[in-house]
Write a protein that binds this ligand. Sequence first.
Ligand SMILES: NC(=O)c1ccc[n+]([C@@H]2O[C@H](COP(=O)([O-])OP(=O)(O)OC[C@H]3O[C@@H](n4cnc5c(N)ncnc54)[C@H](OP(=O)(O)O)[C@@H]3O)[C@@H](O)[C@H]2O)c1
Length: 262
Amino acid sequence: MKLNLEGKSALVAASSKGLGFACADALAGESANITICARGEDALAKAVSKLTSSHPGVLVASRQADLGTAEGVESVVDAAVQTYGKIDILVTNVGGPPRGPFSAFDDDAWASAVEVTIMPVVRLIRACLPHMPDGGAIVNIQSSAVKEPIPDLLLSNTLRPAILGMSKTLSRELGKRNIRINTVAPGSFDTDRIHMLIRKRAEENGITEAEEEKNLAARAALGRIGKPSELGSLVAFLASDAAGYITGQTIFCDGGMTAFSF
Ligand SMILES: NC(=O)c1ccc[n+]([C@@H]2O[C@H](COP(=O)([O-])OP(=O)(O)OC[C@H]3O[C@@H](n4cnc5c(N)ncnc54)[C@H](OP(=O)(O)O)[C@@H]3O)[C@@H](O)[C@H]2O)c1
């Protein structure tokens, strides 16, 4: 199947590494021009160079920015609009809130988790929509925790489902302009973040990282952790006209990890 994204402008948030980078790579593989962003300058420069060398002919813009601030979001959207004049595809992605038990979080910690988990998605969508032609697509990267809470990720389990409520509601408004909005819910994927979680859990459980990783992999029906490119290809599909009748949905990409029939 050809997804035919040539001439499209795709903004992928939080994308110098991990799942965001894999989505940018998949979209560039379908010939979309890309805007990426992150806080760290070096990884961002490396990501630009990887994308341009892997996808000759594709344009890649980047902006160093913190999506946890309103200014950061505006700056990234400005970079895409200044470079391409429009944003056909928006992939929202954020770093994720800290883990910990209920007792660890006071009012300020909750407010700050909302600021870094929900508000970047709200602000990105709000800032991109005036520049998104009819027929555009939004894909949110969230987590399988939206359906099956993960024991030590209280803030994530609580806040991420809010994005589903917003997206479902917004799909009705945006449908009038043939703009689609969907959410992907990843299980465990091989990124820096998952290895950081594996390290911490291994320490707490008194086992080796290799054992912890094996346990995590065993939770999936496919018995392994996902490759980021496997999420990237789903996101590229949802961003394309091949998914033209899919909107307001949450699609799990978890190797069969979550224990629900639908
Ligand atoms: N990997 C998994 O298995 C998995 C599963 C379910 C859900 N998720 C969620 O998916 C998201 C991405 O996870 P990942 O595994 O790809 O993480 P990762 O490998 O740590 O990559 C995160 C990327 O986002 C950027 N970033 C983080 N915070 C940012 C901010 N405030 N402003 C701008 N850029 C920011 C990072 O660059 P800088 O640090 O330089 O800014 C980096 O490029 C997270 O919300 C995570 O919870 C991941």
